[in-house]
Ligand binder design. Sequence first.
Ligand SMILES: CSC[C@H]1O[C@H](OP(=O)(O)O)[C@H](O)[C@@H]1O
Length: 366
Amino acid sequence: MGQKEAHMRTVWWEDGVVKMIDQRLLPHQFEIVAFDNEHDVARAIREMYIRGAPAIGAAAGFGMALAAQRSQAATTEDLLNDLRTAYDVLYASRPTAVNLRWALDRMMALATSLREQPHQVVRDALVAEAQRIADEDIETNQRMARYGAELVPEGANILHHCNTGGLATVDWGTALGVIRMAHEQGKNIHVWVDETRPRLQGARLTAWELMQWGVPMTLIADNAAGYLMWSGQVDLVTVGADRIAANGDVANKIGTYKLAVVAKENNIPFYVVAPTSTIDLQTPTGRDIPIEERDPREVTHVLGQCNIAPEGVNAYNPAFDITPHELVTAIITEYGVVRPPYEENLRRVVEQAEADRKARQASGSV
Ligand SMILES: CSC[C@H]1O[C@H](OP(=O)(O)O)[C@H](O)[C@@H]1O
């Protein structure tokens, strides 16, 4: 079995195809897969070869670049129509992580802005933009890690849910990026790793990443988290996000809300780590965020194999839940730590990010 080499990315463009780690097989198999069309990239997102909001956004960007490369359009207007079709194919892959729409909108806006250019110019520009989305993600994650590590006390016991590491992003990670930074700063931390039923991102992916990084950790059943918080064995909880509404409500892996309630009950700080690309000012509150419902078989069959329930049992499999902003101590972004009032403070960092991106575009540094 191969290994994720240091600084290897989760998804990347190579020789005209998109390559990614097939996360369904981890931790016992390490396989890289390659796709040459947007339909296969959409399927890879839907079937969770690749998952995690920022990683999904980057994959979607590369999917649009593939669509442009594959298009047989004779005119740029026809190419734009092909790209609109690819947008819809990729957008339909998973509904909750807003990074998917964010990346698709960014790629489509660029293509549209080049409608007077020859279509080869458009094709090349889209590959470059997808690369920029990927490159920016790593820089963003390292900025968040530095801000977040300042909030981690020496010797902290940290509870983490799902997977938010390099595998959930292009590299480095969001909440796990903060944990990695605190570890590398010598803060002697320890991580309680929620297994995260039913897809077990914690047991399969977070444990694997933290062991690779040499971070002290202990794997727990999801249901042990409450006892650990009640018994004073957790100093802070940190999670990622798939979409943050304008008022600060947070969509994240199913089980997050329960952790936030118990953390509040035990006066434990609850931090969300997410880039501004995960903040959706178009969505007013958490009740407006679409929650993905996945195949109930993910609940009844562990990793699609071992049936743990009676044949024909009813099962329900919401993949995310909503944590009301009142339960969120702070949201750590690449523009710093955002605290309440979330409505105005989230808008401020999103507008700052957009202004910076336009300035980079204008200066030609992108
Ligand atoms: C850094 S975002 C990671 C985010 O995505 C995970 O969901 P999934 O594995 O289904 O894509 C989970 O919600 C994580 O917090």
